[in-house]
Structure formats: structure tokens, C-alpha cells
Ligand binder design. Sequence first.
Ligand SMILES: [Zn+2]
Ligand SMILES: [Zn+2]
Ligand SMILES: [Zn+2]
Length: 279
Amino acid sequence: MVNPSSISLVIHCACGQKYGCKVAPRHDGKMNGSIACPACKRDGTDEANRQLAATLSVPVKISCACGQPYAFEIIPQNGRMPATVTCPACKRDGTAESNRQLAEILRLPVPVKIFCACGQKYAFEIVPRDGRMPASIACPVCQRDGTAEANDIIAKSFEPQAAPPQSVSVLLNTVQASVAPHLVDALKNAVVQELASQRRELLAAQQTATAELTELARRLEAVQTPLLERLNAYENRVQELEKELGEQSKENRELLKMKINMLREQIETERGANRLNFN
Ligand SMILES: [Zn+2]
Ligand SMILES: [Zn+2]
Ligand SMILES: [Zn+2]
């Protein structure tokens, strides 16, 4: 797990200069201020934000009760989802399950306070396992088992907190966690212009695209495909999608474009990571 209060980044400036910086990102995972190359003064904030997003984002994988799996990466805020998330197929809310996974990955303790039937109150903090107590707990006075109550409290702690309807900016942060900056701009325009239902569709389309890319990356990873072959696999998928793009209706075109953009981004990321490895 990354300590978000101090993250070391190395920026490779276009002028050839490499420089390091230690940053404490804002609660939304972005740079708190801007940075510039010490040699040419070129702004490095965008690149730093990209690196922060890659460092801080946490993968979430949901198997919806309807049978639809979906996955995305998110920068948690205070260890929780910054916005609600819904299944792209049935629109069932997946926020509680997402919060449970985030808590598990980040190993966040949940405060539990139990009022025992004997009148005794007792409180503790616990890092849940699979969203439940890792062991049973009993009242310190009467020894009555409090595990079921503790499990209820833990489950409730993952529920999305009652909040006003999700704002456009919150939704954009959600999307931003896993897509390329130019795509976020495109989405921003689209989201501002469209109605709430359509925003949901965009998010669902983005989740579908993320799920597909995640699956492709996982398959390539599983067989330890060398970098060049991985890049080829991505490029091939881009070409297939571009071919489909010519033949599709308008709605499908948006999803295909999104997938293509995400694949391009993945190619850039892997190329970039490779450069770092060899430097
Ligand atoms: Zn420079
Ligand atoms: Zn579903
Ligand atoms: Zn008791």
C-alpha cells in the first residue's frame, strides 16, 4: 500500500532532463500545486498527475448479482468510493461492494461499537476479512457473543452514505481515475451537455471499456507475454475496433472510440514503463 502523504515521482521532461519530486497529493489524488522542469521550466504537473493517478488508483472488480462482471480503477477518497457506481447491465448499485473491496485492499480498520444485552458497551477497531469479523468477539463482562452484531455494523459501514445526488464534478473524478486526459476533456463536454441518464450511460460505457481492457491485460499478464507481443496485441485490437467503428451506429461508435482511446493509453503506459525500466 502506498502512503499517500509522501509519494516520490520522477518526471522525464521533453527537454531530456529528469527530475524527482516528493509530493503530498490532495484528497482527490491530484497534485497540490504545480511543478516545473528545473532546466527548461516546462510544466510537469500533468505528467505528475498521471503518475499519481497510476500510483493511487485501486482496482475494483465486481461480480454483479445479475451475472455481469465489471471492473474499474478508482482513486479512493478517505478510503471510499468518491461516487456511486452501478452495474452497466442492470444498474444495480455496486458502491457497498466497491467500498468493501477498497477497505480490504487498503486494510482500513472499521470502528465497531457494541451495546451488549447485559448493559455493557464495548468498542474496537477491526480490519475486516471478506467484509466480516476475522474472528469472533465476546462481551468483556458477560461473554455473550457479539460477532453477528459486529458483522452488521461492518456491513453497514460500507453502504454509500446518504448524500445529495451525484454532481457532475464527482462523476468526472470517477471517470478520470482510469482514462486518458484528452478523453476526460471529451467526456467533460459530453457530460455537461447531456442529461443525468446519459451521464450514467457514459459511466457504464467507460466501465465496459475498462473491463474489456483489464481482461485483455490480465490474459497477457497471465502468460507473461513479452512487451512487444503485448503491444502488438493491443495494436491488433485497436485495428479490429477501428474497422468495426466504420460499420456501427452512433451509440456503439462512442463506446468503440472509448475502447480505442483506452487501448492507445495502455500502449503509451507500457511503452513508458519500459523506457523507465531501461534507464
Ligand atoms: Zn525540461
Ligand atoms: Zn447487474
Ligand atoms: Zn454483556
